[in-house]
Design a protein around this ligand. Structure first.
Ligand SMILES: NC(=O)c1ccc[n+]([C@@H]2O[C@H](COP(=O)([O-])OP(=O)(O)OC[C@H]3O[C@@H](n4cnc5c(N)ncnc54)[C@H](OP(=O)(O)O)[C@@H]3O)[C@@H](O)[C@H]2O)c1
Length: 362
């Protein structure tokens, strides 16, 4: 199937979000025409940063209000588009019928566009490694594109916190199947999935500090609240700018096939306490007062901390497929942490907890 044409028209859902905002910026930088889909284009707190981008003044970037929950609301937006980067979240991840309906809305608008030839669907590494039984990580420690969570585990339910992972897989499959059904004629399109790791990097608008969750976790570290997360799972990261590059290059690639999925991460893994220490190491000028770790887990989990850390330490993260088809080179997590912190201070005016200055000698 064809990639999108150079300088073609691309719609981006979730354009006011952390990742979506960077995809919009990168597409503009590369000369594309961009239709940024947000829920409320008049919500300045969420959209002013898009309107400040080069391209908005000339009309190469346009903003469109659309809520995934409303069928048909992307129909007019997608007409004339060559590509769709479907990045947005949905209103909730617990109801699988609802998830299917949001996919159906986008798919119907793509089919009706008569012009879209590629959709890149944003999934997650949660659709690769979210396990109810951590022994699955011991049994299958290589994290690559053909790995899926154990979907037969009876505890894999939304009630037990698996709704996000389940929903992402529903979406991956719904789009790949719909793309096959679009046939091979002039209205055909293909669907490529991108599964990002934990996004770290600079925010572009103050409202994004509360999203993520990874940039928000860094914000809480700066404010002095420093927590273990996800049962001692290390952060498995991608810089949000590199993630955006992966999405755009997957739209452009002549190498990819319908239904394929690619993991976007640098393969850098780091424990949460090391991230916190890194803020001080990377930005000593800040005088950051590193807080003590808060461990929110019950005692029975804390008792197994060493086991859990050892399990995660064995995992083997792969990104060779996405590097091969896109040529993306991932930057180091150090750069992502530094730029995330600086953006939280400069864009969102976060006031970090700093060490008391030594009194000056009289
Ligand atoms: N951040 C990560 O570490 C990470 C990791 C793996 C995968 N992902 C995936 O990457 C995508 C983007 O993540 P992100 O961190 O950039 O998210 P984000 O900053 O929270 O942005 C998500 C956007 O989704 C939009 N949205 C939510 N519900 C919607 C609905 N019903 N209709 C239309 N738009 C809706 C919101 O739009 P408005 O602002 O216009 O209301 C929001 O800007 C998501 O699909 C997420 O699952 C993220």
């Amino acid at each position: 199937m064809a990639p999108i044409p150079r300088r073609g028209v691309v719609a981006v859902t979730g354009a006011a979000g952390f990742l979506g905002g960077w995809v919009v910026r990168l597409l503009l930088d590369k000369g594309y025409r961009v239709r940024a889909c947000v829920r409320n284009a008049d919500d300045g707190a969420r959209t002013d940063f898009l309107k400040a981008m080069p391209g908005y003044a000339s009309g190469r970037l346009t903003l469109h209000s659309a809520d995934l929950d409303q069928p048909g609301c992307f129909d007019e937006i997608f007409k004339g588009c060559h590509g769709v980067a479907h990045i947005s979240h949905v209103s909730g991840y617990t109801d699988t019928d609802y998830i299917r309906s949001t996919c159906d809305h986008i798919i119907a608008s793509v089919n009706g566009s008569g012009s879209v030839n590629r959709v890149v669907v944003t999934s997650s590494i949660a659709a690769v490694i979210s396990e109810m039984d951590l022994q699955e990580i011991v049994r299958r420690p290589v994290f690559y594109e053909d790995r899926y969570p154990d979907e037969m585990n009876p505890k894999r339910t939304p009630e037990r916190g698996q709704g996000y992972s389940m929903s992402k897989l529903i979406a991956e499959r719904a789009f790949a199947e719909a793309a096959i059904q679009s046939g091979s004629g002039s209205a055909s399109w293909d669907a490529i999935t991108c599964c990002p790791g934990d996004n770290v990097g600079p925010i572009q608008s103050a409202h994004q500090k509360d999203m993520g969750p990874w940039q928000h976790n860094i914000e809480t570290m700066l404010l002095g609240d420093y927590r273990q997360n996800d049962v001692y799972r290390p952060w498995m990261t991608v810089d949000v700018r590199d993630d955006a590059e992966c999405h755009v290059r997957l739209l452009e690639s002549t190498e990819v096939q319908n239904g394929e999925r690619y993991i976007a991460w640098s393969t850098d893994m780091r424990n949460v306490e090391d991230i916190c220490a890194d803020i001080d190491r990377l930005l000593p000028e800040l005088g950051y007062d590193r807080p003590q770790v808060v461990d929110p887990f019950p005692e029975r989990i804390q008792a197994r901390e060493a086991d859990f850390r050892a399990i995660w330490a064995q995992s083997d993260l792969r990104n060779d497929r996405i590097c091969a088809v896109t040529g993306v080179r991932f930057r180091s997590l150090d750069d992502s942490i530094r730029d995330c912190v600086e953006s939280l201070l400069s864009v969102a005016k976060v006031q970090p907890r700093v060490k008391a200055k030594a009194p000056r000698p009289a």
